[in-house]
Ligand binder design. Sequence first.
Ligand code: COA
Length: 164
Amino acid sequence: MAEQSSISGHALYPGTFDPPTLGHVSIIRRAAKLFNKLTIGVANLSEKNPMLNLEQRIGLMKEIFKDHPNVDVKPFSGLLVDFARSENARIIVRGMRNITDFDYEYRMDVTNRHCLLDLETIFLLSDPETGYISSTLVKQIAKAGGDISDFVPEQVIAVLKGVK
Ligand code: COA
């Protein structure tokens, strides 16, 4: 019998991605095998005051996943549920690293489902190799001139150097 490689359907993977890390990359690669189509939603949230602007974060995601035909990259602002509606997608993918993430993700999932009843979030547990990585720590190391090559895709290194 042929191996079932896909849950099927269209899933969204939303995040700020400031910057994208190997943790995000790992989750996206795994999710892209599960779903027919995966849209990376890059959040345009001014309250997060990102170090990389929206165009930089979108450009990085497009470059990193250019060889993944079922992955596309789109910006979104406002509510995630409205983005899901506009994309006609009812599945959200989120990575979960630890119990601290669980608390936040639990509240986000319940709130989102309160707003959009048929929305479901699928959680993928982080790999041990990437589960400790955080965008904030990557930015701190990059600002101090440290080596971030173990934490981010190579495309991110050059862009972060440019914004120091
Ligand atoms: N491995 C390693 N690190 C990971 C990871 C993984 N698999 N998954 C997430 N992270 C880290 C990131 O590095 C980042 O680190 P930081 O805390 O140091 O910055 C952190 O987890 C989260 O960043 P990110 O993955 O980019 O997502 P986010 O939590 O910023 O995304 C939104 C949140 C955008 C999805 C959420 O705020 C949202 O939906 N906003 C829209 C408004 C809305 O609808 N609000 C109501 C929600 S109920």
